[in-house]
Structures are given as C-alpha cells and as structure tokens.
Write a protein that binds this ligand. Structure first.
Ligand SMILES: C[S@@+](CC[C@H](N)C(=O)[O-])C[C@H]1O[C@@H](n2cnc3c(N)ncnc32)[C@H](O)[C@@H]1O
Length: 190
C-alpha cells in the first residue's frame, strides 16, 4: 500500500492533463510543485505559494535544475490570499501538505483558519472532476486541532457536489500523515 504522500501524487496524476492549471498551496521545498509541473506540461501552469522566502528560493532552484521553471508561478503569499493571484481558468488539481517544513522554522506551521479559507477559495475555482488533496501531518503542537477542523470541513461538504475520501493507516505508531481528497462531482457555475 502506498503511503499518504505517494497516494496524493497518484490521485492528482489521475486527473491533471497537460495544459491545465494546478496549485501547490504549501510549496515548502518544492517537491510537489515539481511533480505538478511535470503533469501540466509546457502549456499548463502551476501556481505555488508559501510564506517563507526560503521555500521560494529552494523551489526555484529545484525547478531550474529540472528546466521546468517556466511552468510555475512562484507566489510569496499565504494560501488564504490565493484568490488575488489565480487566473480565471478552472483549477484541475491542488495539493496541501499541512504541518511545518522539516529542517526549517517549526513555528511556521499551517493554521486551521487559513487552511480552511484557502480550501474555500480553491473549491470555488475547482473544475468538474478536479481534485484537492490534503496531506495532514499532525504530530506537532497544533496539528491535531488543524486535523480536526479539516476533517469537519470535509465531512460537511454536500455529497451531491463533492466526493471526499479519507486515507489513513490505523495501526501505525508516531502519527503518520493521513490524507483527504475532495473531488468535484457537480458541474460548477464558474
Ligand atoms: C509540510 S511543509 C510543505 C512541504 C512541501 N510540500 C515540500 O514539498 O517540501 C508546509 C509548508 O507550508 C507553509 N505554510 C505555512 N502557512 C502557510 C500559508 N498560510 N500559506 C502558504 N504556505 C504556508 C510553510 O512555510 C511550509 O513551507
């Protein structure tokens, strides 16, 4: 069985086609940004954001080395501000890695209010059959309450509009990350 991170990539790979728009809402060191850049191809675009300048620097370097920088718009902002930066087109896939960036400032954790605000922005812009994948690391202080709020948000989504999956290993120690995937199953007005 795949771990949550590997499964998050599979879920996005199944829906994102070349030429489409994708979002990395928690860029960090850019591993997911690079993956999304490969999926959207030359004619697509990835919008990736983070509050930490170091995240943008590390991701820029990673993309430059892979020759994929032109496919990505790097945004130095919080994901709760994404609506100011996203294009008019629908978004086919988005990813959140909730928690903090390993080997960096552990105080820079994602927070429930801003995470939910960002989810609302992205759900509004999500294409029919588009997916938002949320990988939750929750072993750190504040992580459990964020997980609880994200779970409650996902569970409250209307089932005629969204299918929501929860993927979790239930017999492992040390709180391995778990995953939610929201898929839009109703044609949107946007
Ligand atoms: C678990 S790390 C992401 C790891 C990343 N996916 C990677 O491939 O390295 C979480 C990231 O979210 C960022 N972050 C925290 N609050 C944020 C916010 N409001 N908007 C955007 N990014 C935020 C942190 O700075 C951190 O880099």
């Amino acid at each position: 069985m795949q771990n949550a991170l590997a499964f998050s990539h599979q879920l996005l790979k199944e829906v994102i086609q070349p030429g489409e728009i994708a979002v990395d809402a928690t860029m960090g060191n850019g591993h997911d940004t690079l993956f999304l850049a490969q999926l959207v191809g030359r004619s697509g675009q990835v919008y990736a954001c983070d509050l930490q300048e170091q995240a943008l620097a590390n991701t820029r370097q990673r993309l430059t080395e892979a020759n994929l920088l032109p496919r990505v718009t790097l945004l130095h902002c919080g994901h709760e501000e994404l609506d100011r930066h996203l294009p008019e087109q629908k978004i086919k896939g988005a990813i959140f890695n909730l928690g903090y960036l390993p080997q960096s400032d552990k105080a820079m954790i994602t927070l429930p209010e801003t995470t939910i605000a960002a989810l609302e922005i992205l759900l509004d812009r999500l294409a029919y059959r588009g997916r938002i994948v949320i990988v939750c690391y929750y072993g750190h202080p504040g992580g459990q309450s964020e997980l609880d709020e994200v779970r409650a948000f996902c569970q409250a989504l209307p089932q005629k509009e969204y299918s929501v999956l929860n993927y979790q290993f239930v017999n492992q120690q040390n709180q391995p990350p778990l995953l939610f995937c929201i898929e839009k199953i109703a044609k949107s007005k946007f």
